[in-house]
Ligand binder design. Structure first.
Ligand code: G3H
Ligand code: 13P
Ligand code: ZN
Length: 307
């Protein structure tokens, strides 16, 4: 059933577990997300970026989610706009049927971020749609980073408290050292868990981890084995995800892992049979592969069997 983001995340916040927010750009990714949720008996958040919406068409993105949520009526699912860049973009998503929108004004000065988020919250809440915002800059932090450098980049707990109480935003993405894509850390993985705990204590709302792909060894291996190149890649280790959930993270954004696992399968089929050109022979194993990745992740995040 299609529900608001808050309906899924407030339960996770109260019961202390994480829910995967998986990005999709086509039917195959979306179908695999629902298959994984069905297998793991897990709630899900499915999300489309502005780029994904441009690729699919907003009506197609919403239409596919509605059809699949009818096919699996027992699965609570929220449809989130990922990294909305403007009020207009969030408004279009709300009007099209999204049940959650992220306004990402984190690159603007604090006051501007606050005012824009307030405006989006007012518009979205009037339609029963939940809102996510972000504070701090998403980027990896290194071992030898100074306190002042850290403060300049990562979320400030004082600001977080003020931001949440003034905007009434439903969930917040704190920058604690993750980044998007396959190359998250130069040295050893490092996240600021203390800062996270402080933000949770001061805000007491569901928190969101962006850039949460793990690139497990078997996913990396599958990509490399088919001729892919992922030199220097590093994800967020599973133990870090568990620690982050203990510290108050409830929404875990995952895109890169799905992209890598999907393309590894497409390339494997192409390599094994150069005469193959039936799309289904490529996409069926790719869907199966990312379904497995997600079922494993739902067990790690603690959302399995939470329906
Ligand atoms: O946060 C970024 C997501 O992985 C979506 O990326 O803008 O390439 O669709 P995209
Ligand atoms: P990854 O690149 O780690 O999958 O993060 C995705 C994300 O944060 C989407 O908003
Ligand atoms: Zn993100």
């Amino acid at each position: 059933m299609l529900v608001s983001g808050s309906e899924i995340l407030l339960k996770a916040h109260k019961e202390n577990y994480g829910v995967g927010a998986f990005n999709f750009v086509n039917f195959e990714m979306l179908n695999a997300i629902f298959c994984a949720a069905n297998e793991a008996n897990s709630p899900i958040i499915v999300q489309a970026s502005e780029g994904a919406i441009k690729y699919m068409g907003i009506d197609m993105a919403v239409g596919m989610v509605k059809i699949l949520s009818k096919r699996y009526p027992h699965i609570p699912v929220a449809l989130n706009l990922d990294h909305g860049t403007s009020f207009e973009s969030c408004q279009k998503a709300v009007e099209a049927g999204f049940t959650s929108v992220m306004i990402d004004a984190s690159h603007h000065p604090f006051e501007e971020n606050l005012q824009l988020t307030q405006k989006v919250v007012e518009m979205a809440h009037a339609k029963g749609v939940s809102v996510e915002a972000e504070l701090g800059r998403l980027m990896g932090i290194e071992d030898n980073i100074s306190v002042s450098e850290k403060d300049a980049v990562l979320i400030n707990p004082d600001e977080a408290e003020e931001f949440v109480s003034k905007t009434k935003v439903d969930y917040l993405a704190p920058a604690i050292g993750t980044s998007h894509g396959a190359f998250k850390f130069k040295g050893e993985p490092k996240l600021d868990f203390e800062r996270l705990q402080e933000v949770k204590r001061r805000t007491n709302i569901p928190l969101v981890l962006h850039g949460a792909s793990s690139i497990p060894e078997y996913v990396r291996e599958a990509f490399l084995a088919t001729g892919g190149d992922l030199k220097g890649s590093k994800g967020v280790p599973f133990d870090f995800l568990k620690e982050a959930i203990k510290g108050g993270i409830n929404k875990i954004n995952i895109d890169t892992d799905l992209r890598i696992a999907f393309i590894a399968e497409v390339r494997r089929v192409a390599n094994e049979d150069p005469t193959q050109f039936d799309l289904r022979k490529f996409f069926a194993p790719a869907m199966e592969s990312i379904t497995k990745v997600m079922v494993e992740r739902m067990n790690i995040l603690g959302s399995a069997n939470k329906i």
